[in-house]
Each structure stands twice: as C-alpha cells, then as structure tokens.
Design a protein around this ligand. Structure first.
Ligand code: PMT
Length: 432
C-alpha cells in the first residue's frame, strides 16, 4: 500500500546550516516533496561549502536563498518566505545556528527568515557529540524549547567522521515524520509561540519492540516488531515536554534523544523493568511492545541438536499490562474508602495487534486488561513500516483513524492520554 500524502499542500522552507549532515538535506527536500509539500530552501553561506546550491535549483526549479543582499531578489525575501511557509525545518541545525537563534540573532538569510516565520519551526540538530554535550549548547536548546521551538534529534549513532555518540542528525524520513506530527498536533500551521509542551511535568513510560524468548544459546522465539511505534511514542512525548522512560526489546533503532532507554530481551525482563519503574511513580504507561505470551518451558544451556521430530513445550509469560490493570483496580477499591476518592494513576494504554475482528478483540482486551484505552491495529498495517492505521477503543466508543505516520499517530495517542487524565482529574506522579 502506498503511504498517504500527508504534507499535501503544505509550504515548507528547509533551512540548511553549515555542517557535514547538510548532504542529508538533499534527501529531506526530496522526502518532503514526495509527501506532497511545496519546498523552498534557505542556506547559510557555510552550508554552501558542504552542498552546492545548484543541487537544490535542480531539484526545485528555483535557487535557494543564501545572501540577503543578492540584487536579484525583489523586496524583502526573508519576510516573504517567512510569511509564505506553513513550517520551517532547519536540518542540520549546527551548534552555531542554535547559539545564534537562542540569542535572537538574525544576521544571515537563514536566521532572518526564521525570525520572520509565522508557521511552526522545527530544528534537527547535528554536531559532534562533544559540541552537543557542551553546557552552552544544552542551555541554548532549553531556551529554544521554552520559546516554543520544536526539536527532532539528534540521535545516538555513527557520525560522518567515524566518531559515534549523540549528535547524529535524525534520518530525513524521521524529520519529515516529526514535522507531520507537529503540524497534525496543532491542526496545521501555527505560530511558534503557540507550540505547547503539554506533557511537561508528566513522567511517562512506553514499551517498544518485540521480546525474544530463548530456546538455547543460538535460537529464540520472537516477532516482527521493529520498535518504531514505541520509539515514536517516546520521541513525541519528549518533544511535548514529558520525562520519558522507554523500555525496549531488541530493536535496531538508536535511543531517542532526551529519553531514558532501558534495553531488555525477554518478556520477563520487560516485566521486571516496567514494574520497577511504575513502582517509582509514573503518570501514563503505554504498552506498544509486542510481548511474547509464551516462552519455552526449558532453555537449553547448549545448542539443541537434531534428533528426529521434536515438540516444543511452552509456558505462559506474565501479562504485564493485565497485571498493572489489576493492581490499579485494587488501589481504586482501596481509595474508594478514602474521604476524597480519586482514580489512581497511572493512565494505562495498551495496544491490540490482530489479524481479524480488530475492534471486537480490542474491546475484549480493554475489559480483560482493565486499561483506559486500547490502540487497535492490524498486523499488516502496524508492523515495521513508518505508518500505521489504528482504532482508539475506550469505554466511550471507537475512534477510527486514517493511515498516518507513526509519529502523527503517537501524537493522537498522547492527546487521548491527556484527555483521560483531565477527565479523571489526576494529579502528577511527581507531585508537580
Ligand atoms: O514495532 P513496530 O514494527 O512499529 O510495530 C508496532 C506494533 C504492531 C508492534 C504495535 O503497534 C502493536 O500493536 N503493539 C502491541 C502488540 C501486542 O503484543 O499486542 P497483543 O494484542 O498481543 O497485546 C495486547 C497488549 O498487552 C499490548 O499492549 C501488549 O504490549 C500487552 N501485553 C501482551 C502480552 C503480555 N504478556 N504482556 C503484555 O503487557
């Protein structure tokens, strides 16, 4: 199935800072175009040393804006572009760009256009890990977040110069997802000042990926979960200001920036990690992991040898979500005897992965696991890709959503979590 064209009709300015990751901006421009956006480009003079302006002229049919003093521009090009754009994405946003933005400078075409931008503004930082780790950079990022700028990345991984660490620019498709999600969350183009960190003050836990149940030192039972849905939930929660814990099974994804990521292998390890974090107090739990219901009754210490036919005996794994639901129900019963009973935290959101009768099974899981919301999806829509199609099933009914990026769906799920919290008038786990 072809992914839906999610940025159709949107006018996006891609700003390019002077870093080696500028070469990936070419793919970002193409990706945004593939998703239906009309794209224009602004570059810093340093960016032109990494990627030639003529590349963008070739791709877009018009040259990028580099020099505000270029006599070929009629009028004030930075004001016109800032007015024109529904959103601006800076990729890469270098240490220098972040510093100048945090100070409110407008001393080149990129910064002047950003200063005039009326739409959403998203920064995709990229720099050497030691530059990202500088206290000054972190202060600048905090200032920009507070001022309402959106961020995507940087991520942990190998850099162009062979080093490795947090500082690598997010992949172009991930930046495009983040842009879509930010636009969807705010109903289209918005001013940066309206961008909210509506999850700030909340401590949330997300699970992601498959679990592996070992048969012997070389074989395991697993499933096709890539972790993308859970990682999108974690990234979007962080972007919206939450303190985020991500408990992930074995996946090939890099840890999302700013998120505390705990890696586990089996369902029992995930169970232990989730229980221990929930005991410390969390406001929302979202279980996107595809947890194995069964594990081999025995795990062989040595590789199992061929010996005719074999039957595999399986035993049940703990049902993590059902256990959290049962414990919360017990606390609710206890609280009912208090003078001022309040529904106990956390808000519990599970997924239901089905191949048939999605809504019916999801309603069953909502009741049997005693959670507040089930995100029901079909295996053919949910696994591995960058998009998903889901039904949000709660006691109030079913909301069926169109196919969208996993980042956009993550935002819809966090919106639902906030609605559930406010309906129950819940305090925060941290007492903020
Ligand atoms: O990772 P991706 O490739 O992006 O794919 C995303 C996804 C398809 C894995 C995701 O969207 C999804 O559907 N995750 C839930 C998969 C699943 O295990 O569904 P289930 O219907 O079997 O389980 C219902 C719920 O109970 C889930 O929230 C699950 O995390 C939880 N569970 C299940 C078994 C178990 N032993 N403990 C649990 O907590």
């Amino acid at each position: 199935m072809l992914p839906a064209v999610m940025l159709s009709g949107k006018r996006i300015v891609v700003g390019i800072g002077g870093g080696i990751a500028a070469f990936k901006a070419v793919e970002l421009v193409r990706e945004l175009g593939r998703r239906g956006a009309e794209v224009r480009v602004v570059m810093t003079p340093a960016a032109t040393r990494f990627v030639g302006p003529v590349t963008f002229t070739g791709l877009l049919g018009r040259p990028p804006v580099v020099d505000l003093w270029d006599p070929s521009y009629a009028g004030e090009v930075h004001v016109e572009l800032g007015d024109w754009a529904d959103a601006m994405v800076v990729a890469p946003a270098t240490m220098n760009v972040l510093a100048r933005l945090a100070q409110g400078q407008a001393n080149d075409a990129l910064l002047a256009t950003l200063a005039c931008a009326r739409g959403l503004r998203l920064l995709a930082p990229a720099m050497h890990p030691s530059m990202w780790g500088q206290p000054a950079t972190q202060r600048n990022v905090e200032t920009l977040r507070t001022d309402g700028w959106h961020f995507c990345g940087p991520v942990d991984g190998p850099l162009a110069n062979g080093a490795s660490g947090v500082g690598r620019m997010a992949e172009p498709s991930v930046i495009a997802d983040a842009l879509e999600a930010a636009l969807a969350a705010h109903g289209g183009a918005i001013g940066a000042a309206q961008a909210t960190e509506d999850l700030r003050g909340l401590r949330v836990l997300v699970t992601a990926g498959p679990t592996y149940e070992d048969l012997d030192p070389v074989r395991f039972l697993g499933n096709r979960s890539s972790g993308k849905m859970g990682f999108a939930l974690a990234s979007r929660a962080r972007a919206r200001g939450a303190e985020v814990l991500l408990v992930s099974g074995p996946v090939a994804l890099t840890d999302p920036a700013g998120v505390t990521t705990l890696r586990v292998r089996s369902a029992r390890e995930m169970h232990a990690a989730v229980k221990s974090e929930v005991a410390k107090g969390v406001d929302v739990v979202i279980m996107a992991a595809a947890v194995a219901d069964y594990r081999p009754a025995e795990q062989a210490a040595e590789k199992i040898k061929k010996a005719g036919e074999r039957a595999l005996e399986l035993v049940r794994n703990p049902d993590i979500l059902a256990e959290l639901g049962a414990e919360r129900a017990e606390r609710a019963t206890a609280a009912a005897h208090d003078t001022e009973p309040r529904s106990p935290t956390p808000v519990l959101i599970g997924f239901a992965l089905e191949t048939t009768d999605v809504e019916r099974y999801a309603r069953g899981k909502l009741v049997s696991k005693r959670c507040d919301l089930i995100v029901a999806n079909e295996a053919r829509d949910g696994f591995a890709g960058d998009t998903n199609r889901a039904h949000l099933v709660s006691a109030d009914g079913v909301q069926s959503l169109d196919t969208m990026s996993k980042a956009a769906l993550a935002d819809r799920i966090w919106d639902a979590a906030l609605r559930l919290r406010s309906a129950a008038q819940l305090p925060t786990a941290t007492g903020n």
